[in-house]
Design a protein around this ligand. Structure first.
Ligand code: F6R
Length: 614
């Protein structure tokens, strides 16, 4: 949600900024801008639209500079426009500022600043920050870093900031609270990013700023970090960035989303590596070892997450309840926070997030910690806010996910949840040895089975043609495949803009059946054995109303196949593991429908990858 990049050093800043913005564009793509330190002062270029538009605009400008800041925006306050694009300039034009986050008390601050003669050029909350800092500089007669600290102490909300000053042209001031900010340390130069993507090409040595930090960097000088909470200088240690450049490229695929769908066998294998050892009969997750006893004895698991991660959590509910036999509640993180939930000290909260930066999820984690619960994280981005906020946790090893629609993160999350459930069930004794063996053996085979499903890509691309002109779709699933139906519907709606809803198959007759006519595609997950006959009846009910059936069945299925207009056969596996396979054709279907409709698959409208505002 908004991408920040900045550079100071001996190289040309503009190419580093623009490349960084292209890599960060998945965080927001409404407008983009750069501010560059030049001998005459700060040069500011910004426009509505993509980073590519900014690059075109800049091609006719003087962009020579060794220090600069850049921003790609996901609009919160104020429509997407050039005026609202960052950077924002102070009244005297001497400060330029970029921001990711939300200034919650901006109206109060704005009123005060307007009364003191400041003129606002935009409708954003961000602009108050730059005027506030200039005002503090003027009134308090302090250095710029001091002024930033003082100004930020009256700000309510979240921020990652980079500030450029015409008076200190090679210096950058950075600040963080609630939104991520990393400083890459090069050879007498510094690379700043909202995440590692704009940094990894140049250095893997990074400092993760912590909440309340205000940092000052200039080439050839040591970084100085202070914290507004206690006004002391802080020592922040260098860490190794766990990211490779080739993970950020499309690798021959037309879109990141397709590449990431095809990376799922690897993502699942990598998430199992070192954790599942079928030969030695062991499932073990190093990250939670110290908390295993606590987890086994939990009164209840509460899974908090948003979007696709919430769907993975709902699969987790089925896995944990059936294997570990402890009650599970799955909560939308955004709902959890504001309804004063009952969370006890012997509850274990599992927070799931690909980015590890989702503001709602982090807020739920903080609340759970306040209530004394143990909080375990499942997260993809190493060193992210969630990873640092939880007591313990397990990373998914899916690699960077760039496509805004989450795919491989989902299967990796379900893999880790399966391993966690197996590990706890074994220790707790709630699973028989033979079931345990059967599940871990089947789990090991999953990546190869996903590879078989990926071979159906061509067939699914054909089926997608049927959806192109549709306006609605229903997805049905039962048991552990119900969350997969929700996920399939989410994928379709977010990238193809076709309205789609997921339901438990049997719920259709309680309302949604009214929607069915000859125009309505109904995607049915029909792999569930226990309820197979019931699903067959549901399919009949759709056919009787002339709805069109697109089914996902187990290879060899005859009955449902014959009843379907389109049928996708997936390899057989244990019921509990089917989500890892059955989600894949639904991802491919959504992808091909979106491509056929000419949608921007990797950057769907109105969305951003990392939703770091509540
Ligand atoms: C859907 C999607 C979103 C995210 C949600 C949570 O394809 O990407 O629904 O799943 O915003 O994000 P994370 O997992 O980063 O917390």
């Amino acid at each position: 949600m908004c991408g920040i990049v900045a550079y100071t050093g001996c190289h040309e800043a503009y190419p580093i900024l623009i490349k960084g913005l292209k890599r960060l564009e998945y965080r927001g793509y409404d407008s983009a801008g750069v501010a560059l330190s030049q001998p005459e002062g700060i040069a500011l270029y910004k426009c509505r639209g993509r980073v590519e538009d900014l690059d075109t605009l800049c091609s006719s400008k003087n962009c020579e500079a060794h220090t600069g800041i850049g921003h790609t925006r996901w609009a919160t306050h104020g429509e997407p426009s050039t005026q609202n694009a960052h950077p924002h300039l102070s009244e005297d034009g001497k400060l330029a500022l970029i921001h990711n986050g939300i200034v919650e008390n901006y109206l109060v601050l704005k009123k005060e600043l307007v009364s003191r003669g400041y003129h606002f050029q935009s409708d954003t909350d961000t602009e108050v920050l730059v005027h506030l800092i200039q005002d503090t500089l003027k009134n308090e007669q302090v250095s710029l870093p001091e002024a930033v600290k003082i100004a930020l102490s009256s700000v309510v909300g979240t921020y990652a900031l980079a500030i450029l000053s015409a008076d200190e042209p090679d210096q950058l001031i950075l600040a963080k609270k609630g939104s991520p900010l990393l400083i890459g340390v090069g050879d007498n130069e510094y690379f700043i990013g909202s995440d590692g993507a704009p940094i990894v090409e140049y250095t893997k040595k990074v400092v993760y700023l912590e909440d309340g930090d205000v940092a000052v960097v200039s080439p050839n000088k040591k970084m100085v970090v202070m914290n507004i909470n206690d006004n002391r200088k802080k020592r922040r240690y260098l860490q190794e960035l766990e990211m490779n450049l080739d993970q950020l490229e499309k690798g021959g695929f037309e879109h990141y989303m397709l590449k990431e769908i095809f990376e799922q066998p690897k993502a699942i294998r990598d998430s199992m590596r070192g954790r599942l050892n079928v030969r030695k009969d062991v499932v073990s997750l190093g990250g939670i070892i110290e908390y295993e006893t606590k987890m086994m004895n939990a009164r209840r698991f509460i899974i908090v997450a948003c979007g696709t991660s919430w769907h993975a959590g709902t699969v987790g509910e089925y896995l944990f309840e059936s294997l570990v036999r402890i009650p599970v509640e799955v909560e939308y993180a955004s709902e959890c926070r504001y309804r004063n939930p009952l969370i006890y000290e012997d509850d274990v909260v599992i927070a799931i997030s690909q980015s590890g930066e989702t503001a709602d999820t982090i807020a739920a984690v903080e609340l759970a910690k306040q209530k004394g619960a143990t909080v375990i994280g499942i997260c993809n981005v190493v060193g992210s806010t969630l990873a640092r906020a939880t007591h313990a946790g397990s990373y998914t090893h899916a690699g960077p996910e760039i496509g805004v629609a989450s795919t491989k993160a989902f299967t990796a999350q379900v893999t880790v949840l399966t391993l966690m459930a197996l590990c706890l069930a074994r220790r707790k004794g709630t699973i028989s040895l033979s079931d345990y063996h059967q599940i871990i053996n089947s789990l090991e085979d999953i990546p190869a089975k996903v590879e078989q499903v990926l071979k159906l890509n061509g067939q699914i691309a054909e089926f997608a043609k049927f959806f192109v002109n549709k306006t609605n779709a229903i997805y049905l699933g039962r048991g552990i495949n119900y969350p997969v139906a929700l996920e399939g519907a989410l994928k379709l709606k977010e990238i193809s803009y076709i309205h789609a809803e997921g339901y438990p198959s049997a719920e259709m007759k309680h309302g949604p059946i009214a929607l069915i006519d000859e125009e309505m595609p109904v995607v049915v997950l029909a792999t569930e054995q226990e309820t197979y006959e019931k699903t067959v009846s549901n399919i009949q009910e759709v056919i009787a109303r002339k709805g069109k059936i697109i089914s996902i069945v187990t290879k060899g299925d005859k009955l449902v196949k014959e009843m379907s207009d389109y049928c996708i056969e997936i390899p057989e596996t244990l019921e509990l593991l089917t989500p890892l396979i059955s989600c894949v054709p639904l991802q491919l279907l959504a992808y091909h429908v979106a491509v056929l409709r000419g949608c921007n698959v990797d950057k769907p409208r109105n969305l951003a990858k990392s939703v770091s505002v509540e």
